[in-house]
Design a protein around this ligand. Structure first.
Ligand code: MG
Length: 283
């Protein structure tokens, strides 16, 4: 199943996404009315949803709605850096012995079709196509073999990065957590209908293919990321994990060919089985 969050009359509405249409669940008495409600209800509610009569729900076309972030905005936003070998090479980094974790704050959440504004202090904005995990069940010390059962679903993400700010110090934070630097969407695909271990992942800049890889090339796969993070901190339903980007970022190009993102540029992250997350850069 696929779910999307949209903005309607100033409020976030949860929708079921099917065949290019969005069914607004807010109007149905027996349906969950928020993503967090859906997460906490678990498998039983998903089964009920599958049987629900959609005819009572307002129906919108994908192209006519205003999207909200595809994930809840009240959980942790955990990111994994340098998690594809070819990306490590282009960044001049060493292969890490453990997942490189960093974070973004909730101000970084952003939506499909939304603008991403270049911070005043930056002249070097870059893109990073990433598979994003939404946890449906929390835990501490989650065994690797159980890790994927804690996942509610997956979506596309773009880990926007201001490279000049990222490398001001050894801490990447300020280059990663500017407002709107973590768009997700357009939909969450539930874990029962997607195998995260072999998904084609691409990024296009103004239509030109820049990143093209497969999630099978992650150094630390989704299960390992969840296991490792849960050994450090308690994970909760609603937490979001960005899983790292493949090669092809602007940072990895020879210096003379680096053309940083500018006003009007359009980034598109496409992941097989999920869809395409589109954003426009503004100055
Ligand atoms: Mg990243």
């Amino acid at each position: 199943m696929k779910f999307a969050q949209i903005i309607k009359d100033g409020a976030v509405h949860l929708c079921l996404a099917e065949d290019g249409s969005l069914f607004d669940l807010t109007a149905l008495p027996n349906a969950p009315h928020s993503l967090m409600e859906l997460l906490s209800a678990g498998e039983e509610l998903k089964a009920r949803l599958a049987a629900i009569d959609r005819s009572g729900a307002p129906q919108y076309r994908e192209e006519e709605v205003v999207y909200a972030p595809a994930v809840p905005q009240n959980g942790k936003l955990i990111c994994v850096g340098i998690n594809y070998k070819a990306h490590i090479g282009e960044c001049g980094e060493k292969t890490p012995a453990a997942p490189v974790l960093f974070s973004k704050f909730s101000n970084a959440h952003n939506a499909h079709n939304a603008d991403v504004v270049i911070p005043r202090l930056s002249e070097r904005l870059d893109y990073e196509a990433e598979l994003v995990i939404l946890l449906g069940k929390g835990g501490r010390h989650i065994p690797r073999e159980e890790a994927l059962s804690h996942v509610f679903g997956y979506t596309c993400g773009n880990d926007f990065s201001a490279r000049d700010l990222q490398y001001v110090s050894s801490q990447w934070l300020i280059g990663k957590t500017a407002d709107g630097f973590a768009p997700t969407g357009p939909v969450i695909v539930t874990a029962d209908s997607l195998d995260p271990s072999a998904l084609p992942i691409e990024l296009r800049l103004n239509g030109e293919l820049r990143q093209s890889s497969n999630t099978s090339r992650m150094i630390f796969d989704c299960a390992e990321i969840i296991r490792y993070a849960s050994d450090i901190m308690t994970l909760e339903a609603g937490d979001v994990l960005f899983t790292g980007t493949p090669s092809g970022v602007i940072l990895g190009m020879p210096e003379g060919r680096q053309r940083w993102l500018k006003e009007g540029d359009v980034t598109e992250v496409t992941i097989g089985g999920i869809g395409t997350l589109r954003n426009t850069v503004r100055r």
